[in-house]
Design a protein around this ligand. Structure first.
Ligand code: GTP
Ligand code: MG
Length: 206
C-alpha cells in the first residue's frame, strides 16, 4: 500500500468521544512498551506521528489517525503496566475493553507481543477474551531486530504451539521490527485486502 496521506484526528479518553465510526478501523494493542506506537510510525514512514517512549505507559489515550482518507489506524494504551495503582490499571483495562466492544467499525485488532519472550499469561488471556467476545485479531511479533533469525523462528513456533493448545486455528501472524522497518508492509497488505473485501461485500460504515 502506498501511504499517500496520514493525518492525526484526535486523542480520546473513552470510546464515546472517538471520531465518527465512518471508516473501517484497525487498532494496535498489546502490553505497555511492546512497540505499538513505534510500529505505527514505521509503517506510516513518519518519525513522530505516534508518541513513543522508553518508559512504559506513554500512550494513555485512544489515538486516531486516518490513512489515505480511507481507514482509521488506532494507537491504544498498553495493558498490564505494572507501575500504576491497581485501580488505575483497572480503569485502563476498562477503557480498552469498552472501546473494543463498542467500536462498531473496528475490523481487526493487531495484538503485539515481544518476539523475545515466551508466551505471557496476560497476552494469552487477552486473546482468549477476544475469541470469546468475537473480536477478530492478528498477532504481531515485535522487535525482531533484537534476535537472530533462528531464535525468532524458534520463538514464533513455540508461541504458535502454545496457542494451538486452546485454538483450533492460528490467527494471521506477522514478524516485525520498527527499528529495521520489517513486516509493516505485510500488515498493510492485509489491511488493503480486508478493505477490498469490505467493499466487495458492500459493508457500509456511515
Ligand atoms: P506504550 O504507549 O507505553 O504502551 O508503549 P508502546 O507499545 O507504544 O511502545 P513504544 O512504541 O513507545 O516503544 C517502547 C520502546 O521500545 C521504545 O524505547 C522504542 O524505541 C522501543 N522499540 C519499539 N519498537 C522497536 C523495535 O522494533 N526494535 C527495537 N530495537 N526497539 C523498539
Ligand atoms: Mg504507545
Amino acid at each position: 500500500m502506498v501511504i499517500k496521506t496520514v493525518e492525526f484526528v484526535k486523542s480520546s479518553e473513552k470510546w464515546q468521544s472517538c471520531p465518527e465510526p465512518n471508516r473501517p478501523e484497525y487498532a494496535f494493542i498489546g502490553r505497555s512498551n511492546v512497540g505499538k506506537s513505534s510500529l505505527i510510525n514505521a509503517m506510516m514512514n513518519r518519525k513522530d506521528l505516534a508518541k513513543t517512549s522508553q518508559t512504559p505507559g506513554k500512550t494513555q489515550l485512544i489515538n486516531h489517525f486516518i490513512v489515505n482518507d480511507e481507514w482509521f489506524l488506532t494507537d491504544l494504551p498498553g495493558y498490564g503496566y505494572a507501575k500504576v495503582s491497581k485501580s488505575q490499571r483497572k480503569d485502563f483495562e476498562k477503557l480498552i475493553t469498552n472501546y473494543i466492544l463498542n467500536r462498531k467499525n473496528l475490523v481487526n485488532l493487531f495484538v503485539l507481543v515481544d518476539s523475545r519472550h515466551s508466551p505471557q499469561k496476560i497476552d494469552l488471556e487477552f486473546m482468549e477474551w477476544c475469541g470469546e467476545s468475537g473480536v477478530p485479531f492478528s498477532i504481531v511479533f515485535t522487535k525482531s531486530d533484537k534476535l537472530k533469525p533462528g531464535a525468532i523462528t524458534k520463538n514464533v513456533e513455540a508461541y504458535q504451539n502454545e496457542l494451538l493448545k486452546s485454538w483450533e486455528e492460528l490467527p494471521p501472524c506477522f514478524i516485525t521490527s520498527a527499528e529495521k522497518k520489517v513486516g509493516g508492509d505485510q500488515i498493510l497488505e492485509m489491511i488493503v485486502q480486508t478493505n477490498m473485501d469490505l467493499v466487495k461485500n458492500k459493508v457500509k460504515f456511515d
